[in-house]
Design a protein around this ligand. Structure first.
Ligand code: 13P
Ligand code: SF4
Length: 302
């Protein structure tokens, strides 16, 4: 019998790769889709932590990452032995970990969150009188602490793409635009940039904000997130002036090198010949432990 292959692509992949996918989405949408699809093979055009998450919640499927080097700086900046010691030093806290983390990292945590549900899940834990530590994204944690008055101890890793958005360049650009202008940002961006933002949200929420934009049609909309999603925004609202926010020296090139390893050739090879990194290296123990906080999040989000 023919094997059913499902291809998933994150918004940050190039348009040609998004067009090869059965489902395009943010990390939460793709995780839910991976859990519920009846695929024999899932080709995950995203990064390694996303493919690992898909395998953990759908262990029956063969999950393939088209390029084995598609990692994420939030993962590579986090040493698991140090994380373990940090976690143990807060033994009476709930450990909330961002989905942008390795399977071993997830196995050490109590809750997994994505940028879409992080605020609701942490609010839920505080409403139950719990104390919370947050890893690995320092920028997102600093934003949550500032916005909601939490005092969560934070792990210190960053997204190497979002961390480059620069407040000074941004203010210069905003001041040079005479008409209506907006800045919308992903919470992985640095806090000074988030302070300048009209709206802060996950990739899904940023796209939704643009889709539902009802302001002046000649307004400039600056977007502080990875450049792949500009394709989805411009496709949804071709009449709007949507631009990427600046990083430094006027450069507008915030592109995730790991997402961009998903080329048409590598995704096609994964689809046709099952080439790429097969996620079959996780131990049963890590899979079982990591599944608990991921399922907690998915149940909360449904
Ligand atoms: P989302 O959870 O918004 O899809 O973001 C994932 C990511 O890697 C952001 O850099
Ligand atoms: Fe990781 Fe940043 Fe790339 Fe997202 S954009 S996958 S957080 S390096």
């Amino acid at each position: 019998m023919k094997r059913k292959i499902v291809t998933l692509a994150h918004y940050y992949t190039i348009p040609e790769v998004q067009q090869m996918a059965d489902k395009v989405g943010d990390s939460l949408e793709l995780a839910l889709y991976a859990k519920n699809c009846d695929a024999d093979v899932i080709v995950f055009a995203g990064v390694k932590f996303m493919a690992e998450t898909a395998k953990i919640i759908n262990p029956r499927a063969k999950v393939i990452l088209p390029d084995m080097n598609s990692t994420c700086s939030l993962v590579t900046m986090t040493d698991i032995d140090s994380l373990k010691k940090w976690r143990e030093s807060y033994s009476d806290y709930e450990h909330v970990a961002y989905i942008n983390s390795s399977a071993q990292h997830k196995a050490l945590s109590d809750w997994i969150v994505t940028s879409r549900n992080v605020a609701d899940i942490i609010a839920h834990l505080y409403s139950q009188g719990k104390k919370v530590i947050y890893s690995p994204d320092r920028n997102m944690g600093a934003y949550l602490n500032f916005e909601y008055g939490y005092e969560m101890p934070l792990w210190s890793a960053v997204c190497e793409v979002h961390d480059k958005f620069n407040k000074e360049e941004l203010v210069k650009l905003m001041n040079s635009i005479t008409g209506e202008k907006y800045l919308i940002s992903h919470p992985e961006s640095p806090l000074p940039v988030l302070h300048e933002s009209h709206f802060i949200g996950s990739t899904f929420s940023l796209l939704n904000w643009v889709v539902n934009f009802s302001g002046d049609i000649s307004a400039v909309i600056l977007v502080a997130t990875e450049d792949g999603i500009l394709y989805n925004m411009r496709t949804a609202r071709p009449e709007l002036d949507i631009r990427q926010a600046p990083i430094y020296n006027g450069c507008q090139c915030n592109s995730c090198p790991y997402m961009k390893l998903n080329t048409v050739a590598s995704v096609a090879a994964a689809q046709r010949e099952e080439r790429g990194l097969v996620i079959d290296y996780l131990s049963d123990e890590v899979m079982a432990k990591a599944a608990i906080p991921i399922k907690r999040m998915l149940d909360f989000s449904l």
